[in-house]
Design a protein around this ligand. Structure first.
Ligand SMILES: NC(=O)c1ccc[n+]([C@@H]2O[C@H](COP(=O)([O-])OP(=O)(O)OC[C@H]3O[C@@H](n4cnc5c(N)ncnc54)[C@H](OP(=O)(O)O)[C@@H]3O)[C@@H](O)[C@H]2O)c1
Length: 332
């Protein structure tokens, strides 16, 4: 496993991060908590130290499962959680109804302080390593950025959090957060199929020593090579209809991706790795990219994803993969 700094925070974390959105449970998908705990243990045993969670993943459930899994292993883990998705009362800006809950986006200091206490309790810890503003770009959020950052700086001063991050921001919003306090990381969507952030966020983070935590870098399993054209998704799995808005989920394009992966057989053989590991290693090798979050549901996935941290691609291999990636269009 390779480890890299989380920006200017003085914290180091594994380049492969374990994502825990799925183990929190989504809408009608009920997770298997025992397998989730085993998956987290397997990932930690394989060298992963970075675990990304959020209160909204299963409405507290993901944080509780992470808390259960890290009992007795606190010192081996860098916990990244989030604030800003609020469902306790009407404070914040309306953000729709999810799982029957009226959700708002709130980055007000009063709700952040409550969220931090709730997260500490659910995780069973007395500090959080990285606190990220979850939907820091969702309009209409009316808390001025300096107020939010000031609150997070106070929490850092108090030792309740060790570092501050944002998620889902534009370049302008990233700069504003950066100017308003100690910003250590930015979390955003980025994969070899969706590379817009190479134009703005990644160069800025590289220049200003801000760590990047990329999500959906596996495109919901598609870029592991294990979700081929024949895969039938459960009725409540959004991936079954994802072809309507994500071109790469269309059955014919899943086949084209399989053909693309077949062309990398010499690379997986040389590096003794899986397609998923090649994808993660490629993502982590991009300029500005430091940490890659991989959603992990099972022990097998935990071990597979962690293994990517040992794969180091040569510059010509990174370029070759980039040249080979087929253009499947843009999300609708
Ligand atoms: N900040 C944000 O707004 C935001 C948004 C989204 C995600 N995130 C974070 O980023 C993390 C990653 O995103 P994600 O979990 O949504 O998507 P992802 O990492 O692209 O995909 C995860 C899914 O891919 C499959 N998978 C993972 N590893 C695999 C392997 N080795 N072999 C085969 N299949 C594998 C699993 O699905 P199956 O087992 O069901 O096939 C898993 O649930 C999240 O868990 C969360 O922590 C943050």
């Amino acid at each position: 496993m390779q480890y890299r700094p989380l920006g200017n925070s003085g914290i180091e974390a594994s380049i492969v991060g374990l994502g825990t959105a799925a183990i929190g449970g989504m809408e009608t998908q009920i997770p298997d908590d025992d397998e989730s705990v085993r998956a987290i243990h397997a990932a930690l045993d394989a060298g992963i130290t970075l675990i990304d969670t959020a209160p909204s993943y299963g409405w507290g459930h993901s944080e509780e499962v992470v808390g259960k899994a890290i009992k007795g292993r606190r010192d081996q883990v860098i916990i990244a959680t989030k604030c800003g998705v609020w469902w306790e009362d009407e404070r914040g800006s309306p953000n729709g109804v999810k799982d029957g809950k009226e959700v708002t986006v709130s980055l007000r200091p009063d709700t952040i302080k409550i969220e931090v206490e709730n997260s500490l309790k659910r995780l069973g810890v007395d500090y959080i390593d990285l606190m990220q503003c979850h939907k820091a770009a969702m309009p209409p959020e009316d808390t001025p950025i300096p107020e939010t950052m000031g609150c997070l700086m106070d929490l850092k001063e108090q030792g309740k959090i060790r570092a501050i991050g944002v998620s889902n921001v534009s370049l302008d919003q990233l700069q504003q957060h950066h100017n308003a306090g100690d910003l250590s990381s930015d979390q955003f969507r980025y994969s070899m199929l969706l590379r817009d952030r190479e134009e703005d966020i990644l160069p800025y983070c590289a220049e200003h020593n801000i760590a990047t935590l990329t999500y959906w870098s596996l495109e919901q399993g598609l870029l592991t090579g294990k979700v081929g054209p024949d895969r039938v998704f459960a009725e409540n799995d959004f991936r079954g209809n994802a072809g309507q808005w994500l071109p790469w989920f269309k059955v014919e394009n899943r086949q084209r991706l399989q053909d693309m992966f077949a062309g990398w057989a010499d690379l997986t053989e040389k590096h003794d790795c899986s397609i998923g590991q090649l994808t993660i290693a490629w993502t982590a090798a991009q300029p500005g990219s430091t940490h890659v979050l991989c959603g992990t549901r099972t022990v097998e996935q935990g071990i597979d994803n962690a293994g990517a941290g040992a794969v180091e691609l040569a510059a010509d291999e990174v370029q070759r993969i980039r040249d080979d990636v087929i253009n499947l269009g843009d999300p609708v």
